[in-house]
Design a protein around this ligand. Structure first.
Ligand code: UDP
Length: 256
């Protein structure tokens, strides 16, 4: 299976469905010699790539960028380059763990990020729910820069198949790209706030809210402190419409 992408604001998003994504990453887990880096990018991340070239370069170096946000799906449709569906980090990992367990593939994971008790609880939730997933180790995400080398060594020694990094963006993407060659894991994924959800510290929006595409609003109500972060979404919408108008103008002038 080849990776199919759709470029939005210069970011090559995977246009695969969740099911196709799971098959694709399972193949990478079995076949890859080097680290397969997955970015789960929401509109906030896309907007940050516009402001920070170093971050944009790190994101574009990833092997797979999944569309983690309904805004990206809507934007892709408006811009005439439809992406099938949202592939969030949390859903992708749960679906993947289910798939690996069904296939009786034994896999080990290392959790890096969040508070220590949160990472540990998230690890316990994952291993209790998915019998084939073993915990190789976990480390909190509130470490000093000078402790990074020791953490990288800890991951090397633990030899996990999958490394989940929940440091928030851009730190998680920079961490993976910087230490990629030393980590010796098969797959590394930046998963944002997923450990908080696995640990039960944060509740995911109920299914019906997700179905009507209002998960972002639910999260905002639950964590009002995120408001200032979400203001950038207004710029995202403005930029999408600007690009849409440009595409329309080009089409009109070529028809003249
Ligand atoms: N985090 C961390 N170290 C830090 C800052 C944040 O480990 O210095 C963790 C935080 O505890 C949370 C995750 O990073 O579990 C990021 O969550 P956020 O909600 O910002 O991510 P999003 O899902 O919005 O990308």
């Amino acid at each position: 299976m080849r990776l199919q992408t759709t470029t939005i604001f210069d970011i090559p998003f995977s246009s695969m469905t969740m099911e196709e994504t799971i098959i694709y990453i399972t193949k990478q887990l079995h076949d890859r010699q080097d680290v397969f880096h997955i970015v789960t990018a929401n509109p906030e991340i896309v907007m940050y790539t516009k402001r920070n070239l170093r971050f944009k370069t790190a994101v574009k170096k990833a092997d797979l960028i999944t569309p983690d946000g309904v805004g990206l799906i809507k934007a892709s449709k408006l811009l005439g380059k439809p992406i099938a569906e949202r592939v969030t980090g949390f859903d992708m990992m749960n679906n993947w763990f289910t798939h690996l367990s069904e296939q009786e593939t034994n896999v080990s994971v290392f959790l890096l990020g969040a508070r220590q008790h949160v990472a540990e609880k998230a690890g316990r939730t994952i291993t209790a729910k998915y019998p084939n997933i073993k915990l190789a180790g976990c480390h909190h995400g509130y470490f000093k820069k000078e402790d990074t080398v020791q953490i990288v060594e800890q991951i090397q020694k633990a030899k996990p198949d999958i490394l989940l990094v929940a440091l928030g963006f851009p730190r998680q993407e920079f961490f993976i790209q910087t230490y990629k060659d030393q980590l010796q894991v098969k797959v590394a994924v930046g998963v944002g706030g997923s450990f908080d959800v696995w640990a039960g510290e944060v509740q995911r929006a109920p299914k019906w809210i997700r179905r009507i595409n209002l998960e972002w609003f639910y999260r905002l109500c639950m964590e009002p402190s995120r408001f200032h972060r979400q203001l950038v979404l207004i710029d995202f919408v403005k930029d999408v419409f600007r690009e849409w108008r440009e595409i329309k103008a080009k089409k009109t002038s070529s028809n003249l």
